[in-house]
Design a protein around this ligand. Structure first.
Ligand code: SF4
Length: 97
């Protein structure tokens, strides 16, 4: 396992936050903006249940490097499709219930 090239997902019922270690520049913006959720010295370091989805999306949007990205569920009562928006890429994932 390469700690410098990890991709981790943290989810609640509405949102998945994807974190890519290789892009993190340790600016601390996420911790400063939402300290209840982002705990860099703990595991898991993102405790997504400690804030609502809007607060989390707002904090993720302040990540200057793109290490954090939100995946948002659409069609919540059917097969759920998640989209992640990144500067140059769009990933589509499908979850089967
Ligand atoms: S805001 Fe982004 S770049 Fe800064 S510490 Fe958090 S994840 Fe890393």
């Amino acid at each position: 396992m390469d700690k410098n090239n990890l991709t981790k997902e943290y989810s609640n019922d509405e949102i998945v936050v994807v974190w890519q270690s290789g892009k993190c520049m340790h600016s601390g913006n996420c911790v400063h903006h939402l300290p209840a959720v982002f705990h860099p010295k703990e595991s898991p370091w993102i405790q997504i249940g400690q804030a609502n989805s809007d607060e989390i999306k707002e904090a993720v949007a302040k990540c200057p490097s793109g290490a954090l990205a939100p995946l948002i569920f659409f069609f919540p009562n059917a097969q759920r499709v998640k989209l992640v928006f990144k500067p140059a890429l769009v990933f589509v994932h499908q979850r089967f219930n």
